[in-house]
Design a protein. Structure first.
Length: 320
């Protein structure tokens, strides 16, 4: 093999750098890495990958397993794709080193990606401004409130120009399969998916459907749940919910009791409180703003109802 041929092979290989921050999602990391490994079985030397951390030291995932790295993020260089891996407590990873690395990578023009809650880091650095993106569904309400300049969607993944984001978990596989398909064609992507026993029927949202989450297939109940989820800030009246189901208010009470084991009012309140808990955890909104965003008329009422549900004040969730 001639020197020029060797150079051609090397230049064709895509370099992927995974930047691990404390408590990153192990399943998302493996979900993103394994498609690259399998792709190399069918197309030799298509991808290479390496792990980096903020300080060059091993990083423990959210499951406590430490992962060794090849160096600090300051030595990331100019990879074809730099994928930031996070999960719990993304705010703790918003360090000068991480944000500085994101700024430098954006200036170099390579592809920047984020999995699970890593899009928070990207958005904080400003590299998602004007882009479409997604993140883990649990943190999505807080993400939208914190970064209005980003067009956030509840999708499995989003590839928008030189930005790649996914909801974490198995969605990392879908994102990398799509990227492999963009580079090497759909045939290789399908081969990799077949090896991973991973197929989906098409574009899907990043959260399980309401029917699966709540164990009901009743179309009337599902219509009401959809109406509730779409109207958290200004909760709908009981008669409006009944109208969404096409039944009377009394019939709706019986339906919810039989299908979900609780009244519509109780279900709606729980849904709003769960949204509030996620806003507190994944945004810097004040407690007053959280209360208003979840349909409570005053912070005092919100605090009282929240404490009854979770056993602690709203401020205790953010401080824990």
């Amino acid at each position: 093999m001639t020197f020029s041929a060797k150079c051609l092979i090397i230049s064709a290989m895509r370099d992927v750098a995974f930047v691990l921050v404390p408590k990153f999602s192990m399943i998302a990391l493996y979900g993103a890495m394994e498609p690259l490994r399998v792709a190399n079985r069918f197309k030799a030397d298509a991808f290479s990958w390496r792990f980096l951390s903020v300080d060059g030291e091993p990083v423990a995932a959210s499951n406590g397993i430490p992962v060794s790295v090849s160096g600090p993020v300051s030595q990331v260089g100019s990879p074809d794709l730099t994928m930031f891996c996070a999960s719990y407590e993304p705010q703790a990873a918003m360090t000068r080193g991480v944000l500085g690395a994101l700024h430098k990578l954006a200036r170099k023009g390579g592809i920047i990606g984020g999995m699970d809650t890593a899009p928070f880091l990207m958005a904080e650095a400003g590299v998602l401004d004007g882009h479409r993106a997604t993140c883990h569904w649990e943190s999505l309400p807080g993400f939208r409130e914190s970064y209005p300049s980003v067009e956030a969607s509840q999708s499995l993944y989003v590839i928008d120009a030189k930005r790649m984001t996914c909801a974490g978990g198995a969605a990392a596989i879908d994102m990398m399969l799509a990227w492999i398909g963009q580079i090497h064609g759909r045939a290789l992507s399908v081969q990799v998916a077949d090896q991973l026993v991973h197929f989906r029927s098409g574009a899907e949202e990043a959260r399980a459907p309401a029917g699966a989450r709540y164990g009901t297939s009743d179309a009337r109940v599902l219509r009401v749940i959809a109406a509730m989820e779409a109207n958290v800030e200004e909760p709908l009246r009981a008669d409006a919910l009944a109208a969404a189901a096409g039944v009377s208010s009394r019939q709706l009470e019986r339906l919810f009791s039989a299908q979900l084991g609780k009244s519509p009012a109780r279900f709606y309140l729980d849904l709003r409180l769960e949204r509030a808990e996620r806003l507190i955890t994944y945004s810097e909104m004040t407690m007053r703003d959280v209360a208003l965003a979840t349909g409570f008329s005053s912070p005092a009422l919100f605090s009282r109802v929240f404490r009854a549900r979770y056993g602690k004040a709203p401020s205790g969730v953010r401080g824990s």
